[in-house]
Write a protein of this length. Structure first.
Length: 469
């Protein structure tokens, strides 16, 4: 068997992939995988000794995927903020795979470095960030948080004459970190990796899940004399709440600290003139993290870190080797703005998405998601027995239907009857279903249909409980 195919074989494989992709996009899928066991059985075999013809391998992969994929790109996939890739992003991502560019230095891939530089300029303007802000592309918000917080640690330790790259973290001056009770779970993970685990201080949150700025100030006062990093949220995981950014920036100023905003999806509200007031003060932060693969509907994966202090970020991410040409100052070297050295050319699908949508298109995409979330919330809140647990600020809806058992039952019925994919959570001690609207395909009409299906299933479940009782 020939292991390395001719170009004609490659064309046939790509034609098969194209046909399967079109079939997938046009198919009616349920709200959960069809047959995960079948998928596992197809994949989990002994590794072939002599290899397998490429066409046979792809056919097997298609069968496994058809059985085991979670339909995350469907317009009713509300379980997480997963987004749903725009067609232009799919096409650009295919080309990115074929071109197989590596985003290291400018000379390794001029087109990738140039696209990243343009995306940085477009996004800094679109999101209203300080003009000197720089951007790095990452795998997602977790690694973007890590980079932004590493820059914050760098800046704070510098105040005491401490150079992390030279001196390490043992015996380093203290850096207090203030975060909220509703902070995303990825943030403490980043702080663990940065050696700041023992210096985390959790501030209370209000009824919407926003950080209590008064409590945060009290913590900062008690930690006076140390460095200070404050972490705010722009779009909390469950309720979508937005922290009081201006108040947090005032605490930062008073104690010469660093303000980092975890804005995985909420940051995109700044792209809409209609929604921008919700994120007033966002431009006052020192660093920001967000995702392109969520609400912007870029292909996975595409995270972004922004930093208003280029020199600090450069020192925090410093890397050098004789074989790397990453110090030339008149061109962009993508590796200087993130942790990874080698990386897929994420800037190409991002550029295509932004170029296709334009400023107006991005704003409309975000506004459409918010309108759909509001539609679901308003219809469900009108139903006796259903409560919306937090004000709907962006694209997140928290729905309370009763006990944990009833909540889980409703979620399962919604999936089984293809109404939608919902996940469950606990919000301030109460069981809830989560709605995360983030796909370009989710319209207000979609939301109306989902809400009607939800109400029907809720009524049936409630009636079944009463009859059982």
């Amino acid at each position: 068997m020939r292991m390395f195919p001719e170009q004609t074989d490659t064309s046939g494989l790509l034609q098969t992939a194209y046909e399967q992709a079109i079939a997938h996009l046009g198919s009616q899928r349920g709200a959960r995988p069809r047959d995960p066991k079948r998928s596992r059985d197809l994949l989990d075999t002994a590794m072939p000794v002599a290899g397998t013809p490429a066409a046979v391998t792809i056919a097997r992969l298609v069968e496994a995927g058809t059985a085991g994929i979670q339909p995350t790109t469907d317009p009713t996939a509300f379980g997480y903020v997963f987004g749903g890739t725009l067609p232009v992003g799919i096409a650009a991502d295919w080309l990115t795979t074929v071109w197989d560019q590596v985003a290291i230095t400018h000379n390794a891939s001029p087109v990738t470095a140039q696209a990243e530089m343009v995306c940085e300029r477009w996004l800094v303007d679109l999101l209203g960030l300080p003009a000197n802000t720089v951007m790095g592309l990452t795998s997602g918000c977790t690694s973007a948080n890590l980079v932004g917080l590493a820059a914050g640690r760098e800046a704070q330790l510098r105040r005491f004459g401490w150079d992390v790259n030279r001196d390490g973290m043992q015996d380093a001056p203290g850096v207090a970190v203030i975060l909220s009770e509703q902070t995303h779970a990825s943030v403490p993970r980043c702080l663990h990796l940065l050696g700041l685990s023992g210096q985390m201080h959790y501030a209370r949150t209000d009824e919407e899940g926003r950080i209590d700025a008064t409590h945060a100030r009290q913590i900062a006062r008690r930690q006076h004399g140390k460095g200070l990093i404050i972490i705010g949220q722009v779009g909390a995981t469950d309720g979508g709440s937005i922290d009081p950014i201006t108040q947090l920036s005032e605490i930062r100023d008073e104690y010469e600290g660093w303000l980092h905003l975890d804005a995985a999806f909420g940051m995109w509200a700044a792209a809409s003139p209609e929604l921008r007031p919700l994120v007033t003060g966002m431009e006052k932060a020192d660093s920001w993290s967000t995702d392109g693969h969520k609400w912007l509907n870029c292909p996975y994966d595409c995270g972004m870190v922004f930093c208003a202090h280029p020199e600090v970020l450069a020192h925090a991410m410093a890397i050098g080797a004789s074989y790397l040409d990453n110090t030339t100052s008149n061109v962009r070297h993508p590796m200087n703005y993130r942790m990874e050295v080698s990386q897929r050319a994420r800037a190409l699908p991002l550029w295509a998405t932004l170029h296709h949508l334009g400023k107006t298109g991005v704003a409309q995409l975000i506004q459409q998601g918010c309108a759909a979330a509001q539609c679901i919330a308003q219809r469900l809140e009108a139903e006796p027995g259903i409560r919306i647990l937090a004000p709907v600020r962006l694209n997140q809806v928290l729905i309370h239907v009763g006990s944990h058992t009833l909540t889980q039952h409703v979620a399962e019925r919604l999936a089984a009857e293809r109404v939608g994919w919902f996940t469950t959570t606990t919000w301030k001690g109460q069981p809830a279903l989560r709605v995360s609207v983030s796909s370009w395909q989710t319209t207000v009409h979609t939301a109306e249909q989902v809400a009607e299906g939800f109400v029907r299933i809720f009524r049936e479940a409630k009636e079944g409980n009463q009859n059982h009782g």
